[in-house]
Design a protein around this ligand. Structure first.
Ligand code: UT7
Length: 337
């Protein structure tokens, strides 16, 4: 038996129905549509409201339901699920447990993993690794976050950035030369510029942590911005060079959607035309672990079998990297049905 590759064979996604636009945002904090569009590039973000559903598991369940409906696979043939999220429903049980239970998957085990905004990038590597063992042939990798649950709507420097959403991919074993081919990942320790101070074991929730508003995202934007542009650009260059890919060979760059200026700066630094960069930050904002799969979800009809795709992400930790994937199917096969 030859080398086992892990190829994506389907995508599902979900964003909540409530749309928070910049006009409403400017009534919540002291900001304007003009500032947000110029400095971040977000026009609208989707927000999960209690009347629609609750928790990241709700959004991931919807995304997997769509995946099952599109691909028509037997749900009982899914053997594993990895959920990348920084906003799990609970410390435990895992979000994956809840999604598996919601969908009645009886032959599947699952777990969560957290690598902030690079979570989905890392989760695809984990999924591909499980498949490469030969013990699992069909796995669902989810990425998504309920960012509004930890966004401080009194802090104008962070609240316009984030939105809610989740998406997932089906990864399957193949001996063909498609799928996840190479990754370059790095992690270092930068607590101060990007973190949530309380709620974990180092600082459990208390009246004091609530009073001090320590359960929200804290970000030093400029510092994070610099690291994001440099590290994402370097990672993409390393992965392209290592796989002998010129910019002509690259069909798509799928960058984490943190700020339109970060995405365009990365494209510029590697000389890639912006037409090859997937962008949806304008209408989905930064959904953290959801950004990469939500890009695939939206761009799926444009994807062609054999496309060389480079993913890159950067997030809290810091966590960052890039992956090279050879796409496995013509994306319009689902829209043609
Ligand atoms: O996803 C994980 C990784 N995260 C990222 O990659 C995010 C990286 N950082 C960023 O995207 C940007 O740094 C931000 C969008 C967070 C902020 O943009 P910036 O251009 O770096 O703004 P700044 O924080 O330097 O603030 C510039 C000015 C300040 O006013 P003064 O001091 O110059 O008078 C802020 O008070 O803009 C002001 N400002 C705002 N004005 C209107 C900050 N937020 C707002 C706002 N509306 N929402």
């Amino acid at each position: 038996m030859g080398k086992i590759n892990a190829v994506i064979t389907g995508i599902g996604g979900f964003v909540p129905s409530y749309i928070l636009d910049n006009e409403e945002m400017s009534r919540i904090v002291d900001t304007t549509d003009e500032w947000i569009m110029k400095r971040i590039g977000v026009k609208t973000r989707h927000i999960l409201k209690p009347e629609e559903g609750n928790g990241t598991s709700f959004m991931m369940t919807k995304a997997v339901e769509e995946l099952l409906q599109k691909t028509q696979i037997d749900p009982q043939t899914i053997e594993a699920m990895v959920c990348a999220t920084t906003t799990p429903d609970y410390h435990f049980p895992s979000t994956a447990s809840l999604v598996i239970g919601n969908l009645g998957l009886q032959n599947c085990y699952g777990f969560d993993m957290e690598a902030a905004c690079a979570g989905f990038l890392y989760a695809m590597e984990v999924g591909a690794g499980l498949i490469a063992t030969g013990r699992v042939k069909r796995i669902v990798v989810c990425g998504g976050d309920f960012m509004s649950s930890m966004t401080n709507y009194e802090d104008r420097t962070t609240c316009p950035i984030f939105g809610d959403g989740a998406a997932c991919v089906l990864m399957e074993a193949t001996e063909e030369d498609y799928g996840l081919i190479d990754t370059y990942f790095r992690t270092d320790s930068h607590y101060d510029p990007l973190h949530m101070a309380a709620g974990g074991s180092a600082c459990p929730p208390s009246h004091e942590t609530v009073d001090k508003r320590m359960h929200f995202v804290y970000q030093e934007g400029k510092e994070v911005f610099k690291h994001a542009v440099t590290n994402m650009s370097d990672a993409v260059e390393i992965i392209a060079k290592r796989n002998n890919l010129t910019n002509d060979d690259i069909a798509w760059l799928v960058p984490h959607q943190a700020n339109i200026r970060i995405e365009t700066a990365v494209a510029k630094r590697i000389n890639l035309p912006e037409s090859k960069v997937m962008i949806n930050i304008d209408h989905f904002a930064n959904t953290s672990g959801g950004t990469l799969p939500l890009c695939l979800w939206e761009y799926e009809p444009q994807l062609k079998k054999g496309d060389n795709i480079i993913f890159t992400a950067f997030g809290g930790g810091f966590t960052w990297g890039a992956s090279y994937m050879k796409w496995g199917y013509d994306g319009d096969k689902f829209s043609k049905k």
